[in-house]
Design a protein around this ligand. Structure first.
Ligand code: FE2
Length: 358
């Protein structure tokens, strides 16, 4: 079967492009009463970026805490807050932040026009109505959330995205200036998400010429950012942003693999953020992704990054079991990595062995 991939129709790219946002928004204002809601990472409160957000008329900011991975109950509560406000449904929702904020913005946009809890929509094409116009503005690069068809959410029963044709952003603003101040470790963990997307995309049965072409270029940019000594920070930020974009497009046409399956289990049970969970898992996957993992070790050393190790010490059998069930359930990732008969190669016991190495 061939899949139709919907990508983001409009992309504004370039250093300083964020300053154009105000003009772009005015074109979207339906009437004098319509407003825009900005979902912004609360780490930017009282920071320079707050002053640059072009608020006019009744527009307002909802500060969102992303210490934990995005949750369905948080999506529901933001949706209710917006619906119950005197402004009502906005003309647009704008997410400003890392992957978690972008996923919240995508999910809230869909949930403003679809009834019930967002946990009912975790899966493929479950939303019936088109969401509110939404714009994604990343302040961290690597997740590919700016371009993906999925808003990844943890619900009461599972970590699974709201995926479908209404999820992707209508417009993204990629301004490399916005990632300049990202903390070093966080920048690395998130950047490695892109690196890992490419490795996984290239190693599996669902790859095709499009996914391969994006992955190869994305990988080249990522390697320049993290392995080239002569690159300026400005050049690196621009390349990292494009690497994230291409990496996201690549997995859209292909699939992630072993690292992401294991990483989902880590996030679901231990609430690790996606980027760091990927690094913890990828660090131990030399048996699967060989040279790419050795290059990853080189990047970790070069940038003096701490990758948590020994996280499985002290975990209960129940926790291991729950992580393994979460990972094992992501059959599309295993199928991509090991082929149609993947279940001959992967078992819950094998998955627990991987977790015990971390
Ligand atoms: Fe990822």
């Amino acid at each position: 079967m061939f899949r139709i991939i919907k990508s983001v129709p409009k992309c504004l790219f370039g250093k300083g492009s964020f300053n154009q946002l105000g003009d772009l928004l005015e074109e979207k204002r339906i009437n004098d009463d319509s407003c825009f809601v900005f979902l912004v990472d609360d780490c930017f409160k009282n920071k320079p970026i707050e002053k640059k957000i072009p608020l006019k008329r009744a527009d307002y900011i909802i500060w969102v805490n992303v210490d934990n991975e995005p949750k369905t109950f948080v999506v529901d509560s933001i949706r209710d807050q917006i619906k119950n406000s005197k402004e009502g449904i906005p003309a647009a929702v704008i997410g400003i932040g890392g992957g978690s904020i972008l996923d919240y913005a995508k999910a809230v946009s869909v949930m403003l026009t679809n009834n019930g809890s967002s946990s009912l929509y975790q899966g493929l094409n479950l939303a019936k109505n088109q969401g509110v116009y939404h714009i994604g503005i990343p302040t961290l690069s690597g997740t590919g959330a700016e371009v993906s068809m999925t808003a990844v959410l943890t619900g009461p029963e599972k970590k699974l995205g709201i995926k479908g044709e209404f999820t992707p952003f209508d417009l993204i603003v990629l301004d490399p200036e916005l990632i300049y101040d990202a903390p070093k470790n966080q920048r690395f963990y998130t950047g490695m998400d892109s690196y890992i997307h490419n490795v996984e995309s290239l190693n599996g049965i669902y790859k095709n010429c499009i996914s391969e072409s994006y992955a190869i270029q994305s990988q080249a940019l990522c390697r320049e950012v993290f392995l080239n000594d002569n690159i300026t920070r400005e050049e690196a930020d621009e390349k990292l942003m494009v690497s994230s974009y291409f990496g996201g497009l690549s997995i859209g046409h292909s699939e992630v693999g072993v690292c992401h399956a294991l990483s989902y289990g880590l996030s679901y049970v231990l609430d690790f953020h996606h980027g760091i969970a990927n690094c913890i898992a990828f660090n131990q996957l030399e048996d699967i992704y060989g040279p790419a993992v050795r290059d990853f070790h080189t990047m970790v050393e070069k940038h003096k990054i701490d990758i948590p190790f020994g996280i499985s010490k002290g975990l209960t059998l129940e926790q291991f079991e729950k992580m393994a069930i979460t990972a094992f359930g992501l059959d599309h990732m295993w199928r991509h990595a090991f082929g149609l008969d993947w279940a001959k190669h992967v078992s819950k016991e094998k998955i627990i062995d991987w977790y015990k190495r971390m």
